[in-house]
Design a protein. Structure first.
Length: 387
């Protein structure tokens, strides 16, 4: 078989055409290099099993591909079942870029663009990547481009704000001891709270105590989840700078990109954005206007691997770093496969606690598809959701 194209020629050609002034020459569609015969999509199912949501894609030959969905999909079941899945049935999965674009246009789905639509489309797209890779008898990363790394350093992400500071740091310490991580992300501010902290002074105490406890042993990141206005974010950012915190994530509400740009212009600490963003033009704005240092899309919320590869290329073209957000369990792996092939990866990608993390890294799987096998009990005993 031929070697795959380099990551700079990845599967993002349609989206890159729109951003040619930012990204340069579009790439090519990789799946057809490895899959010479069509992968006809025969069915796509949404299955709920013990409170978790999964998407299963099947082709005419009975091969399957899976994705585990984020918790928000529970509220979006009618969208994925009525507006997304029917479009893909009977199509060739190898045309995944074209399918994504056409599904967006089909049935006026663009009127619902945003978290809801791209979250659903991302869940289906990820299952199709697993399906195609298994049909090709390859790991997903092989369909995306040349692997640049076999181990992905991770940052252990915590979003808890209700614990007392020392109790929270005890949990972080225990998780770090179990996984060997050398980077942790802590939650500051009150989450979309207009400068109001969870309790007075908690954020400052958390950062000060974390730096004392982990001095020299852990890199520390801070995530505000949109807690501040510009003035409040700058004050918090300067406090974080005084402690050498590695980045300040989402300092202002995520939709206010101009406010975030103002914050970035006044601080030296790297600004990270993207976990809530599902708009390629917004990512392009951040890159062009230096409104952030790190772009970090959530793989499913942003609509899947194709669109995340586009964000990586946008970031690379403007000298920004890229850090896809992963979860835990099966939700971890799409970000890992993506991180394996992008040249401008940040020092760490953000993940939740998972025992797949060993010595602070997750190894890029060599197995088929995502490299993990789905519990067959999910299909046997799970609830197949219907409209």
């Amino acid at each position: 078989m031929p070697d795959p194209p380099s990551s700079s020629q990845g599967v993002h050609s349609i989206w890159l055409k729109r951003y040619a002034t930012v990204t340069g020459t579009p790439g090519i569609v990789v799946p057809r290099i490895w899959l010479k015969s069509p992968v006809w999509i025969a069915g796509v199912d949404v299955i709920q099993y013990f409170g978790r949501m999964y998407v299963r894609a099947r082709d005419l030959d009975g091969a399957e591909g899976w994705s585990q969905c984020g918790p928000r999909l529970r509220r979006l079941v009618p969208v994925i079942l009525e507006d997304v899945i029917p479009f893909f049935l009977g199509k060739d999965a190898r045309d995944i870029e074209v399918l994504l674009r056409n599904c967006y246009v089909s049935n006026e789905n663009y009127r619902n663009a945003g978290h809801g639509f791209w979250n659903c489309l991302g869940a289906v797209e990820l299952a199709l990547w697993d399906l195609m890779a298994r049909r090709a008898k390859l790991p997903v990363w092989k369909l995306l481009g040349t692997p640049l790394r076999k181990k992905i350093p991770v940052c252990l992400s915590r979003h808890a704000r209700s614990n007392e500071v020392e109790d929270e740091l005890d949990i972080v310490q225990q998780s770090a001891d179990l996984t060997g991580v050398t980077a942790v992300k802590l939650a500051v501010g009150g989450r979309m709270s207009q400068n109001i902290d969870t309790s007075p002074g908690r954020s400052e105490k958390l950062i000060r105590s974390a730096c004392e406890r982990f001095a020299g042993s852990k890199e520390i990141y801070a995530d505000a989840d949109g807690s501040f206005d510009v003035e409040g974010a700058v004050l918090m950012g300067r406090y974080l700078e005084s402690y050498g915190i590695s980045w300040f994530e989402e300092p202002v509400p995520w939709e206010d990109f101009e406010a975030c740009g103002e914050v970035a212009s006044q601080l030296d600490i790297p600004i990270a954005v993207g976990e809530e963003i599902s708009s390629l033009p917004m990512f392009a704005w951040y890159a062009r206007h230096h409104g952030a240092t790190v772009l970090q899309p959530d793989v499913q919320i942003n609509g899947g691997l194709v669109r995340c590869l586009t964000v990586a290329k946008i970031a690379e073209s403007c000298g920004l770093r890229f850090a896809p957000v992963g979860g835990s369990g099966m939700r971890l792996w799409p970000a890992v496969h993506l991180a394996a092939v992008v040249p401008n990866l940040a020092r760490h990608i953000e993940v939740e606690f998972d025992m797949a993390i060993k010595n602070g890294v997750v190894e890029v799987p060599e197995g088929l598809g995502w490299g993990v096998e789905v519990d067959p009990e999910i299909a046997r005993s799970g609830e197949f959701l219907r409209v």
